[in-house]
Write a protein that binds this ligand. Structure first.
Ligand code: HEM
Length: 409
């Protein structure tokens, strides 16, 4: 069931949030957001429930607020800017991403080691094999093929399943439920059901890991539950966070990034024909910046008054930090609406900033570097098998991307 979210916008100068994109410019932030950025670094938006959180549009203010200890990510604070009604009693359903220190740091530390650069780099050959096998299969099949189903979704899903110790054979189940959780406008009941199903599944898996241990993150978490370091409920919620964050985001970046390259053939050719590791690195950073797929903003709430950019954010005010706009701020990136794979975009905020900055970024970077370069080199004649206006974009999800990407070669 999908709920239609009515916006109670009494002030016409304050756009409703989330904002619609311009269908003709599917890679650009919504026009209302771009207008707000030109107007001021801090404006207001109106939510479905009539609340009016601050809307932070510019890069400098975004980084300042994301690293300010007076800004909380704790969803249980009254006034937290929720883009839709939330399931009752759901607490902090996505574990430490919605918590503050010291509890956030305590839980995050338990799963930091497997995502460190050195450990992730050691996984490169295994990930390359997954990529090659999937592309072998796709190339042996009929044309056109849907790149999302054939490659973009299974690739990061197989990798995160291996790392976490989740059977990939259950992917239909967890992908179906994570899609409900990240969809905009889903009723609280349906969200609660999807979350409950995933939590139940991970509870069982954690129990199983004690009987049949593996060399994976969930075995480690199960041992921590057994030792009393973390409750079973907290471990299951952390599992849901890692499972969803681990494949949805990277999968959308692979498909949407490939589409952006196909729409910018000169840039595509430059990446395809280069062996320069520096270009591969900068291309991935630039695609992350340009597309900012976590396009619903970082949501926060102030716990004390904060003076910034000539405004006072009062304690208890909701704040939406629109990183899709920050990544297109001309003060931070020259000619920001141009995709330029050679630019130095490392300072982008596509992985967030501050204590909640993405835990999985070394993994995402490595996967994207291998995915784009292998795709382009193995299928140099790859082309979109439809027109851009026929591509189904994920305008109804909190992580942006495409539902399907028909390609031919
Ligand atoms: C291209 C892929 C990815 C993008 C664009 C992305 C983006 C983000 C962003 C923007 C945040 C900050 C959230 C906030 O401040 O509210 C975040 C946090 C997080 N990400 Fe990612 N992510 C990606 C891949 C991954 C992967 C592969 C994992 C692996 C499990 C992962 C795990 C996490 C976790 C656990 C957090 C919470 C960190 C914390 O609260 O301390 N992400 N991600």
């Amino acid at each position: 069931m999908t709920t239609t979210i009515e916006t109670n916008n009494t002030n016409t100068n304050e756009p409703a949030f989330p904002m619609p994109r311009d269908g003709k410019c599917p890679f650009d932030p919504p026009p209302a957001g771009q207008a707000a950025q030109k107007e001021a670094p801090l404006t207001r938006v109106t939510m479905w429930d009539g609340s009016r959180p601050w809307f932070v549009t510019r890069y400098a203010e975004q980084r300042a607020l994301l690293s300010d200890p007076r800004i909380s990510a704790d969803i249980s604070n009254p006034g937290y800017p929720s883009p839709a009604p939330r399931p009752k009693g759901s607490g902090s359903p996505l574990s430490f991403i919605l918590m503050d220190d010291p509890e956030h740091a305590r839980l995050r530390r338990m799963v930091t080691a497997p995502f460190m650069v050195k450990r992730i780099e050691a996984m490169r050959p295994g990930v390359q094999k997954i990529i090659d096998d999937l592309l072998d299969e796709m190339l042996a099949g009929p044309k056109p093929a849907d790149l999302v189903q054939a490659f973009a979704l299974p690739m990061p899903s197989l990798v995160i399943c291996q790392l976490l110790g989740v059977p990939y054979s259950d992917h239909d189940f967890f992908q179906k439920n994570s899609n409900v959780i990240i969809k905009r406008g889903v009723s609280p009941e349906d969200q609660g059901t999807a979350m409950g199903a995933l939590i139940g599944y991970l509870h069982q898996l954690l129990t199983l890991k004690l009987e049949q241990p593996g060399d994976d993150i969930f075995t480690d978490l199960a041992r921590r539950v057994d030792a009393g370091d973390i409750t079973a409920a907290d471990a299951a919620q952390m599992g849901v966070l890692l499972l969803i964050a681990g494949h949805e985001t990277t999968a959308n970046m692979i498909a949407l990034g490939t589409l952006a390259l196909l729409e910018n053939p000169e840039q595509l050719a430059r990446l395809r024909d280069s062996q320069d590791p520096a270009l591969i690195t900068s291309a991935v950073e630039e695609l992350l910046r340009y597309l900012t797929i976590t396009h619903d903003g970082r949501k926060r709430i102030a716990t004390a008054d904060i003076d910034i950019a000539g405004q006072t954010i009062k304690a208890g005010d909701g704040v939406i930090i629109a990183t899709d706009l920050g990544n297109r701020d001309p003060e931070a990136f020259e000619d920001p609406d141009t995709l330029d794979l050679e630019r130095d975009a490392r300072h982008h905020v596509a992985f967030g900033f501050g204590v909640h900055q993405c835990l999985g970024q070394p993994l995402a970077r490595m996967e994207l570097q291998l995915a784009y370069t292998t795709l382009l080199r193995r299928i140099p004649t790859m082309a979109l098998a439809t027109t851009l206006d026929q591509v189904p974009f994920k305008n109804d999800a909190s992580v942006y991307g495409v539902y399907e990407l028909p390609v031919t070669w």
